[in-house]
Design a protein around this ligand. Structure first.
Ligand SMILES: [Fe+2]
Length: 169
């Protein structure tokens, strides 16, 4: 059986794959870039929310992890803010690209820290049975968030395209 850590890592790989795919686009591929960004935005948000609820919150009272988890929560907030700001810009805007580059740096470092510092610590101190049992909770919350977010983000794009010239994507 896969532990919650295995699932978190799997989602991290999906996130990396998405932003690398965006990197490989030709500069003029605005529509594809925008579509991939919607996927990236919702996946990161859903992943982070479920990760906080089913992973961070379970271990936050532990002295040996608390400081790290509090810091990582702040990193999630920063990532969320960047995503939100990007969603209000067009990928044609050079500011969008500046934010995207910063986002990639932060994501890369954050994922690395979780996988190299936090996850090994949790794996060493928490029983495998418990980590197994958190898998289902993690997946369920991640999926329900994902469904909600995809709808909300798709709707906001629709609203924007009706009210402005966003159709130029
Ligand atoms: Fe995270």
């Amino acid at each position: 059986m896969m532990t919650i850590i295995d699932h978190l890592k799997k989602d991290h790989r999906k996130i990396e794959m998405l932003y690398k795919q965006m990197d490989d686009l030709r500069p003029e591929d605005h529509a594809t870039r925008h579509k991939l960004f919607l996927n990236l935005h919702s996946l990161i948000e859903a992943q982070a929310r479920s990760e906080e609820e089913n992973f961070y919150d379970r271990f936050i009272t532990r002295k040996d992890m608390r400081r790290q988890l509090l810091e990582y929560h702040e990193v999630h907030q920063i990532i969320g803010a960047l995503l939100k700001e990007m969603s209000l810009l067009s990928p044609r805007d050079e500011k969008w690209h500046a934010k995207f580059n910063v986002l990639k740096d932060i994501l890369h470092r954050h994922i690395q820290e979780e996988e190299e510092v936090l996850f090994p610590k949790v794996a060493a101190h928490v029983e495998k049975d418990i980590l197994d049992s958190l898998s289902d909770f993690y997946i369920e919350r991640r999926n329900s968030e994902l469904n909600k977010l995809i709808l909300t983000l798709a709707n906001s794009v629709l609203r924007d395209s009706q009210s402005s010239n966003m159709a130029s994507y």
